[in-house]
Ligand binder design. Sequence first.
Ligand code: MN
Length: 216
Amino acid sequence: MSTKRVLYIEDNAMNMRLVRRLLTANGYTVIEASDGLKGIAVAARERPELILMDINLPGIDGMEATSRLKSSYDLAHIPIVALTAVAMKGDRERILAAGCDDYLQKPIDTTLLIETVRRFIGEGEPKPTTAPKETTAAPSPASVPEPPRFIFTRRPTTPNVDKLIEQRKLPAAALNQPAPTEPPEHTSSPLAHSMVSREKAPAGTQNSPDGEQIAP
Ligand code: MN
């Protein structure tokens, strides 16, 4: 459907560029405003899903702009996340008292910013225009010839498949031919013991610990 729009009210070009790139890459549409009054006007016109509010702005500051937005019946529902470089005592309280729903410190932590945006308005759109076109435009002619291509090209180039088959066949083959030599050694029948002792007798005289202990 329509992409989620984030209004960023910011007078610093570098921060604006950083946030625009970050949000655009994550599937959001960024609307820009360079001061508080412009931000209020754009918010009223565009009705974005979320507002990122710089606090230190020319003209009215971010707290005043937030107060005006939150006192507007039509715009008060839009969540506002403040971005502030200065974090002195009482700043958080004042920012929240002005009506901000949350606040982030500068320099901007991109991971935290994206997490915060998602928390308020959810995920952005997956990817621009390629995915919908392929699925809706040509389903029958494109999907029919592709599957055999993938099957034929991938089978020879993936050795893991052969390894998996071998690994599964080996235990199955072993079950059909129960190991002939090992089980008799561990059985407890007297006949097996005698057989084992006879078999081991010639070789055991050299290495068995019993023989060494008796010898001295
Ligand atoms: Mn600023």
